[in-house]
Design a binder for this molecule. Structure first.
Ligand SMILES: [Zn+2]
Ligand SMILES: [Zn+2]
Length: 316
């Protein structure tokens, strides 16, 4: 398979990279030029108190181990990455195996993704984990079942509906990719716009923590984060080094847990370029979702962003 595989691996640090957080000037440069007369874009894509700097990495964090080049809005725009269009207008979610017990609700994930990307999402009928040529193995030391992620990518590509911009496989079963890997959270093919990720390790019980009902929102939030991050890659967004952002790379679950669910102004402008949604109605819709799930920080973030944009609009 010639697909360009982005593998999300948890790996041991072998090399340390020095990362200098960007200056404000570099952040403004990454957002890119906005016409002085385009007041709305100026209000939507400016630095504000809502957007926090990217923190300096600890030795086990992503930026201490990966030499990320970053991607400005202008660099992104020049790539001319394919956009959704009339013929490729839907994103499909493909459940693989059953979602029960501690699994996040696929309906919730679908609702959230539709608001986040401003596109129609469709849930496909579940496929069995032992069907359609998906190989599996027993984990070498922990003895649980793992599916071969690359087989799932091939399956998603084979069965891709004609009007699909992208197809995402979701599973509660752990996965591996390649002979050396212990496990992968997910793999993606940017050339085929297919990805699969496992939520198995989002469940604290996977690490022997006794399940508590308070874990349910944590599991949902982790799943929302990984799903939108991976979909961001399928829209052509590379890892973000400009702000604390959904598109920051993560080397381990704790680092991922610290990262926000929202896009920084650079990445929001990229996604907006791809999809063309309305910024304030999108924040409003997301705010409704966060309120109904009692995600307080995200509720406040979207509320404050709407106020900031309104204030900027009045003062410009
Ligand atoms: Zn990523
Ligand atoms: Zn960003």
């Amino acid at each position: 398979m010639k697909a360009n595989l982005l593998k999300l691996l948890l790996f041991i640090a072998v090399q340390a990279f020095a990362f200098d957080p960007p200056t404000e000037e570099e952040q403004i440069q990454a957002i890119g030029k906005i016409l002085p007369t385009d007041h709305h874009s100026k209000a939507c894509f400016s630095i504000s108190k809502c957007f926090h700097p990217i923190p300096a990495p600890s030795p086990i964090d992503w930026l201490a181990n990966v030499d990320e080049p970053g991607q400005t809005y202008e660099q992104f725009r020049k790539r001319n990455y394919p956009k959704p269009n009339e013929k490729k207008r839907r994103i499909y979610l493909q459940p693989i195996g059953v979602f029960q017990d501690h699994a996040p609700s696929i309906e919730d994930l679908k609702d959230y993704a539709e608001l986040f990307f401003g596109m129609q999402f469709v849930i496909l009928p579940t496929v069995r984990i032992d069907s359609e040529g998906i190989r599996s193995r027993t984990h070498p030391t922990q003895r649980h079942r793992q599916m071969y992620a690359d087989d799932i990518l091939r399956l998603l590509h084979r069965n891709k509906p004609k009007d699909a911009y992208a197809v995402l496989g979701l599973t509660m079963t752990d996965m591996f990719s390649g002979s050396k890997n212990n496990f992968v959270f997910g793999v993606a093919s940017t050339s085929h716009r297919t990805a699969v990720f496992s939520f198995a390790r989002n469940d604290p019980e996977f690490y022997d923590a006794l399940w508590k009902p308070t874990y349910a929102p944590l599991v949902l939030k982790r799943s929302m984060r990984v799903m939108t991050h991976e979909l961001g890659h399928l829209f052509g967004l590379m890892h973000c080094i400009h702000f604390a952002c959904l598109m920051n790379g993560a080397n381990h679950l704790q680092e991922s847990d610290r990262q926000p669910l929202h896009l920084c102004p650079v990445c929001l402008r990229k996604l907006h370029h791809q999809v063309g949604f309305e910024i304030v109605p999108r924040y409003k819709a997301l705010n409704g979702f966060f309120k109904s799930h009692q995600f307080q920080a995200e509720d406040e973030f979207t509320q404050t962003r709407m106020q900031e944009i309104e204030l900027a609009r009045i003062s410009l």
